[in-house]
Design a protein around this ligand. Structure first.
Ligand SMILES: NC(=O)c1ccc[n+]([C@@H]2O[C@H](COP(=O)([O-])OP(=O)(O)OC[C@H]3O[C@@H](n4cnc5c(N)ncnc54)[C@H](O)[C@@H]3O)[C@@H](O)[C@H]2O)c1
Length: 368
C-alpha cells in the first residue's frame, strides 16, 4: 500500500510517495516530469551496487545514465561536488531535464545542490534509500555540502519535484545505518508529537527488526511532521529550526570526531536530543524524568545515548562549546538551542548563554 504526503509550497509543491515497489515503478512516476525520456542519476557506490539495476529496470523506457560517488560523509565536499557537476554537464543534462538523487542524505544533499546550480537550476527527484534520507533529508529542499569550516555551510534551498520513498530498499541498510536514521525519527516524537514517541517506545524494536508496515507508518508520520513545518517556514526564519532539535550538540560532536565512522549523523542527533533534554531539565523547563525517558528509549533500541558511547577522545567542555559557536545556528554570538518543556513540546531558544550549557557538557564528559 502506498501513501502520499503532499508538501504544499505554492509553485514549488510536490508529493512524497511512501510505500513498497516504488523503485520497480519509478518510470511511471517520473515520466510525467520529463520533456524527453532520459534522466541522470547520482548515487553512491554502495547503493549503486545494490539497487541501480532495479532502478534501471523500474525506469523502463526512460534512458538512464549514472555516476556513483564514494559512499560516506567525506563525499559531501567540493571535490566530489565539482566532479558531479562536471559529469552532469558532460552528460549534456539540459535546463529542462531531471536529475535523480538515489542514495542516502549525502547523495541527496550533494545531488540537490548540484541540481540547484547546474545551468542556474534544474529539477531533481529524490529517491532516498536510507531511513534518515526518507524521514528527513529528502524532504524540505535543504541541499548542500560541508566546508572545512563546518557542516552544511555551503548550499541552497532547492525543493525536489518528487520524492519516492521506497520502504523495501531499507532492508539492505546495515543495522547501524538503520538505527542512525532512527535517531531522526525519535527526534520528531520528541519535538512535537508525544503520542508518536509513545508509539515508538512500543513499536521501535519490531520496526528495527524489519516490520514493513511499522516502518512505513514511522516514515509517513515523520514526513508529515516535516512537511507541515516546512510549509509554515520554508527558509528557516522561525519554526523550521525545531527540526534542529539535538543538532547544535550533534554538529559539534561530528566536527570533533572528524565526520568519521566514530559517529554517524543520526547517532549524533540522538545523543544531541538527550543532551538537549538534559539542558532543558537543568534550566528548570522539564522534569528529571524526561531526559531519562529519552535515554531509556535510545538504549532499549541499542543506540548511542551518551557522550560515553562515542569511542576515542573528545575535546573538553570549552572545546565543544567553541565548536558549537561555529555552527550556523549562532546569531550575534548567542547560541540557538532547541529546548523542551517536555516530550513533544520543543521550542526555539535563541539566547542560551554558554555558561548554562557548559555544566551539561562537563557532566556528560565526566561520565565517559
Ligand atoms: N538536507 C537535509 O534537510 C538534511 C537533513 C538531515 C540530514 N542531512 C544530511 O544527511 C547526511 C546523512 O544521511 P545518511 O545517514 O543517509 O548518510 P549516507 O548518505 O552516508 O548513507 C549512510 C550509509 O548508508 C548507505 N546506504 C544508503 N542507502 C542504503 C541502502 N538502501 N542499503 C545499503 N546501504 C545504504 C550509504 O552508502 C552510506 O554508506 C548528512 O550529511 C546530513 O547532514 C540533511
Amino acid at each position: 500500500m502506498g501513501e502520499t504526503v503532499h508538501v504544499d509550497l505554492g509553485a514549488r509543491s510536490y508529493d512524497v510517495r511512501i510505500g513498497t515497489g516504488l523503485i520497480e515503478r519509478a518510470g511511471q512516476a517520473i515520466a510525467p516530469l520529463l520533456k524527453r525520456p532520459r534522466v541522470a542519476v547520482l548515487t553512491d557506490e554502495t547503493v549503486g551496487a545494490l539497487h541501480l539495476d532495479a532502478l534501471r529496470a523500474g525506469l523502463g523506457d526512460v534512458a538512464m545514465t549514472a555516476l556513483a560517488l564514494p559512499a560516506g560523509e567525506a563525499t559531501k565536499g567540493w571535490d566530489q561536488f565539482s566532479r558531479a557537476v562536471d559529469w552532469l554537464l558532460a552528460e549534456k543534462v539540459e535546463r529542462r531535464d531531471v536529475v535523480i538523487a538515489f542514495g542516502g542524505g549525502v547523495i541527496g544533499d550533494l545531488a540537490g545542490f548540484a541540481a540547484a546550480v547546474l545551468r542556474r537550476g534544474v529539477r531533481f527527484v529524490q529517491i532516498p534509500t536510507s531511513l534518515l534520507a526518507q524521514v528527513d533529508s529528502s524532504v524540505g529542499g535543504k541541499t548542500g555540502i560541508n566546508s572545512t569550516h563546518g557542516k552544511n555551510l555551503i548550499g541552497a534551498f532547492h525543493q525536489p519535484a518528487l520524492v519516492l520513498a521506497d520502504i523495501g530498499v531499507l532492508g539492505t541498510l546495515t543495522p547501524r545505518d538503520f538505527l542512525s536514521g532512527y535517531g531522526e525519527v525519535v527526534k520528531y516524537g520528541l519535538l512535537g508529537d508525544a503520542a508518536f514517541f509513545d508509539w515508538l517506545e512500543g513499536n521501535g524494536p519490531a520496526l528495527a527488526a524489519g516490520d514493513l508496515a511499522l516502518r512505513q507508518y514511522a516514515v509517513r508520520r515523520s514526513v508529515e511532521m516535516k512537511a507541515r513545518i516546512v510549509e509554515r517556514d520554508e527558509t528557516e526564519e522561525g519554526d523550521r529550526a525545531l527540526l534542529n532539535l539535538g543538532h547544535t550538540f550533534c554538529h559539534a560532536l561530528e566536527t570533533a570526531t572528524g565526520y568519521s565512522g566514530r559517529l554517524l549523523h543520526g547517532e549524533g542527533v540522538a545523543i544531541g536530543c538527550a543532551l538537549a533534554f538534559e539542558l532543558s531539565q537543568r534550566m528548570g523547563l522539564c522534569s528529571q524524568e524526561e531526559p531519562s525517558r529519552v535515554r531509556a528509549h535510545l538504549k532499549a533500541m541499542g543506540m548511542k545515548a551518551d557522550l560515553a558511547d562515542i569511542p576515542g577522545d573528545l575535546p573538553d567542555a570549552d572545546g565543544l562549546l567553541a565548536l558549537m559557536a561555529q555552527d550556523k545556528k549562532v546569531v550575534d554570538g548567542k547560541l540557538r538551542f532547541i529546548l523542551a518543556r517536555g516530550i513533544g513540546e520543543a521550542f526555539v531558544a535563541s539566547d542560551v548563554p554558554g555558561d548554562v550549557v557548559k555544566p551539561v557538557l562537563e557532566a556528560a564528559l565526566r561520565a565517559r
